[in-house]
Design a protein around this ligand. Structure first.
Ligand code: FMN
Length: 209
């Protein structure tokens, strides 16, 4: 049983990464082999419309653009569980996560029939989002759309959003008067451990399916 987590935050140890690490711990505790990949470490492009994957005779689910994402796509498609994580940047997933999704989902669709799944395996997949705002309703359409893409993998899908996250270790060092450091730290203490527990439970649940 293999679980792979993809961190679409530029920060390797902050909110998004911690949720993914917790999901991985949940998966590991029920025996999964896990790997976490930080997208911002990689040099890769989004889909460049080469249409290699749409050529007659092309191998199914193969992206013909070769860069640092090539082995990551292969790992994702051979995993049993996938955990994607992205902060919300300007009302959307991050640019790096968007690039991954373009590559990953273009190879799993065919212009012969939009409704046909090219990928014939099964991957249970969850998306974790983190954001500054407290009311996640603002971003529901984007979170639902991103999670709907995961249905192409034929398994369970789910998303979870950690809201009103702590953004800086020390707010007094930043020009950020719209935030109250006290409120942010209190929220972090009261809520973030619960968010991590949810992520852990999702990791465990998706691997035991
Ligand atoms: C460039 C940028 C844009 C952001 N845009 C939004 C936004 O539109 N809405 C929001 O709620 N938070 C926004 N945030 C805050 C982040 O989503 C939030 O702090 C997130 O938890 C950061 O994830 P990380 O801790 O994993 O890096 C933005 C942060 C940055 C750096």
């Amino acid at each position: 049983m293999k679980a792979i987590a993809i961190n679409g935050s530029p920060r390797k140890n902050w909110n998004t990464a911690q949720l993914l690490q917790s999901a991985m711990k949940g998966a590991e505790c029920v025996g999964a082999e896990t790997e976490l990949i930080n997208l911002y470490d990689l040099n890769f492009k989004g889909c460049i419309s080469c249409f290699g994957c749409k050529r007659k005779g092309a191998e199914p689910c193969r992206c013909y653009l070769k860069d640092d994402l090539t082995p990551v796509l292969e790992k994702i498609l051979s995993a049993d569980a996938l955990f994607l994580g992205s902060p919300i940047f300007f009302g959307d997933i991050t640019g790096e996560m968007r690039k991954l999704m373009e590559r990953l989902f273009f190879i799993t669709m065919t212009y012969d029939d939009y409704s046909r799944a090219v990928f014939t395996g099964r991957i249970d997949a969850a998306f974790f989002f983190t954001m500054n705002v407290e009311n996640q309703e603002h971003y529901k359409p984007i979170m639902e759309n991103a999670t709907a893409m995961l249905k192409r993998f034929g398994g369970e899908t789910e998303y979870y959003a950690a809201t009103d996250t702590l953004q800086f270790p020390d707010y007094s060092k930043y020009q950020a008067s719209i935030f109250s450091e006290e409120q942010k730290k209190l929220r972090h203490e009261e809520q973030f451990s619960k968010d991590l527990q949810v992520a852990f439970d999702i990791g465990q649940k998706f691997v035991t399916k």
